[in-house]
Design a protein around this ligand. Sequence first.
Ligand code: NIG
Ligand code: FE
Length: 412
Amino acid sequence: MNKTLLIKNIGILQTPIGSESHRGEKQGENIKMNDAAILIEDGIIKEITENGQLPSGAENADTVIDAEGNLVTPGLVEGHTHLVFGGYRQNEIPLKLAGATYLDILKAGGGILDTVRKTREASFEELYEKSEAFLDEMLALGVTTCEAKSGYGLDLETELKMLNVVKALDRNHPVDMVPTFMGAHAIPEEYKGRADEFIDLLCNQMMPEVKKQGLAEFCDIFCEDSVFDVAQSKRYLLKAKELGFGLKIHADEIEEIGGSELAGEVGAISAEHLIAAGEKGLASMAAGGTTAMLLPATSFYLGKTFAPARRMIELGIPVAIASDFNPGSCPSLNLQFAINLGYLRYKLTPEEILTAVTINPACAIGRGERVGTLEVGKQGDLVIWDAPNMEMLCYRFGSNLAMQVIKKGILV
Ligand code: NIG
Ligand code: FE
C-alpha cells in the first residue's frame, strides 16, 4: 500500500530548483508558489500545485496537513557539524575572557585535544545517546539531512567508533546522515612535533581502513597555523582523492595560510570557514568550483569577523551556510541562528540564504539529486514554518520557528 501525505493551504512554497549548486545570480533564484499544495507518496514528492489547485488524488491522501497559510521550504540541510564528541568545554570560557585565543588553548593541550581525551574515554553507547539527542534537537529546528565529521579520536579505534556512531544514527534516526573522516583535526599529543609522521599514519593506515569499511564519503583536514600546513594538507587530500573520497578542508578560519587556494587547486567540493580568506584563495575556489561552507555562528562565538560572503557570490562561488556545531568554537546546533547571521552579517538576501541552507549544502555533501529542493521526484523533506515568508525567518531570532517537520513524507 502506498502511503500518501497531502499538505495543503501553503501560503508560500519557496524553493531553489535543480540538483546542482547555485552560484552568482543563481544563488538568489528561488521559485515561490502561492496558495500551494504538495503531495508526497512513499516518501517522494509526487505533485506540487499552486493557486488553490489540489494535486490529483488529493482526496484519497492517507494524511492531510493544513499549513494554515504559512511558509513551506525544503528541509534544511546541515552541511558541517562535529556532532559526535565526549564531554564539553565550558571550562575554556574564563580563559577566553581573560584573553586566551582559540589557538593558545589548543597549543597548551586544551581545545580539540581536551575533547579527544574525553571522546577516547567515552563508550560507543554514550556517544550514540548524546549525538542522538543532538539530532532530535536539530530535527525539531528543521534539519532533515546532516553531515557529521569524525576527528576527536585521532587514533584508528576512536575514529572508527565515531564513524560507527554516525552510521548507526543514519540507520535509526529520521535525519539522513553524511559521514566525513576528519582524522586530521589536530596533532595528537603522542605525535607532538611530528605532524608529518601523523599525516603518514592517516594516509597509509587510517584513511584506507575507513575506506575499506565504507564509513565515510569525504575527508576533511584542519589547515591552520600551528595545526596542519598547506603541504601536509595537500598530501592528505591528494591521498583521499586517490582513494575515492570527496575532499573538504577547514581553510582560513583563523590565519590565511593558503588553505582556500589549495581547496580550488585540489578540486575540493567545499572549503569551510574562510573567515580570513583573501582574493587569491577566492579566485582559486571560483576556478575549482569549490563551495564556500560558511559558519557564521563560529565567527560570532570566536568574536571574529565574518567571511566575505557577498564577494564570494560576486565571484561565482556557491555559498552554503552551516552551524559548525562542536564543543569548542560553536556549541550551538541552531541553524536558524546561522540564518539570522547570514542575513545581518553576510548581508545575503532571504532567497540567497534559502539556497545556502538547502541545495548548496546538499550538493556539497553529495545529496543534490535527492534533497535540497521541493520538486517532483525528490525526497519529501520539508518544513512548515511559523512564519508567512523567508523574510520573517531571517528576521526573528532565538525562537524555534519550525512548526512541523516532514521527513520522507512523515510528520516527525
Ligand atoms: O570547525 N577548527 C576546527 N574544528 C572546529 C572546532 C573544533 C573544536 O574546537 O572542538 C571548527 O571550528
Ligand atoms: Fe568545523
